[in-house]
Design a protein around this ligand. Structure first.
Ligand code: VTB
Ligand code: MG
Ligand code: MG
Length: 326
């Protein structure tokens, strides 16, 4: 943090190196079918790059526990320790399956926040709902049925529900949700993975065709998506799925006392937040990494909540030694 109580604005540029490195490492394994290798490559590259940053960083949200995949550990300390104190949420490769099948929307993602301002959630599932900016607060919510939410959104947009498109993860657990949404007449964009992108897509329905995100995905991805919405605008709610005594216990140890609590955007990520994502495979929001002899191109979005600035960084890298694995 700087003296003004905000994250150092320089970090909003430096953070791009971290997701660029992870995205390049993962993209080398794109389409090769090996999920473990892809996660490991992204994790290693992200850790190396984080440790070069002038921050006193602590990982508070990491994805991988749930699938027993390679990860940066919750509680792990990163950075040179010679800079500001930050809490970090990350998913070095969000949408691993998309990456190894070379399908759209896999990303390297990270968020920095002031200490104590990200929800300290275990890597369990989270029920989520999100819509873009420009709607009255509380227009949709997890305490209402999917049909009520779709109808409220349609009304606010001045259209009939059949003009609404919902993004939902294609999972058997969503059979009932999908049926209920279809019943309203709304269309569904079923995604294989990648709900960080899915949630962010609600902020730009014109480009993405997604008006609302619904359903159960990873909790780390929920906190990361919330960090992005804090910068772009939009509404989101999340509720952890704590459906076994073991998960309730794990959450309690992270100071979560009410297993049913519905978290609003500011409960998921409050204070000053910086978010960055680099495309691994091309998608609606970002281009994937492009390789050619002597050159690698990356496409990154960096956002900062305190200013609301959204920067797209298209980088042409020719010093390729920096991407070699240590
Ligand atoms: C979602 C998806 C992610 O995990 O969060 C998902 O958006 C939830 O887990 O890309 P399941 O795959 O078990 O449904 C990912 O697929 C991977 O992080
Ligand atoms: Mg991942
Ligand atoms: Mg993920």
């Amino acid at each position: 943090m700087t003296e003004t109580g905000r994250l150092d604005r320089i970090l909003a540029l430096e953070i791009a190196r971290v997701t660029e490195a992870a995205a390049v490492a993962a993209a080398r394994i794109r389409g090769r079918g090996d999920e473990w290798e892809a996660d490991q490559a992204a994790v290693d590259a992200m850790r190396t790059e984080l440790n070069r940053l002038p921050i006193d960083g602590r990982i508070v949200i990491g994805e991988g526990e749930r699938d027993d995949a390679p990860m940066l550990f919750i509680g792990e300390e990163v950075g040179t320790k010679k800079g500001g104190v930050v809490d970090i949420a990350l998913d070095p490769l969000e949408g691993t399956t998309l990456c190894v099948k070379n399908l759209p929307n896999s990303l390297a993602v990270i968020a920095f926040a002031e200490r104590g301002s990200l929800l300290n959630a275990p890597d369990v599932y989270m029920d989520k709902i999100a819509i873009g900016p420009d709607f009255e607060p509380g227009l949709v919510g997890l305490d209402r049925s999917p049909a009520d939410n779709i109808e409220a959104l349609a009304q606010a947009k001045g259209v009939t529900p059949d003009r609404i498109s919902a993004c939902i993860l294609d999972r058997p657990r969503h059979a009932k949700l999908i049926a209920e949404v279809r019943e309203t007449g709304a269309a569904i964009q079923l995604i294989g993975d990648g709900d960080v992108a899915g949630v962010i897509h609600t902020t730009n329905p014109h480009e993405t065709g997604v008006d609302i995100y619904l359903g159960v995905g990873g909790a780390p991805e929920g906190v990361l998506a919330a960090a992005a919405l804090r910068c772009i605008g939009g509404q989101m709610e999340g509720r952890l799925v704590l459906d076994t005594p073991e998960k309730i216990d794990r959450a309690k140890r992270m100071s979560i006392s009410d297993p049913q609590e519905i978290y609003k955007l500011d409960d998921l990520a409050k204070g000053d937040v910086i978010f960055a994502a680099t495309g691994v495979t091309s998608g609606n929001m970002l281009d994937g990494v492009k390789f050619s002899p002597g050159r690698i191109d990356t496409h990154t979005v960096v956002m900062r909540s305190s200013s609301g600035t959204i920067r797209e960084i298209r980088a042409r890298h020719t010093d390729l030694a920096k991407f070699e694995r240590p």
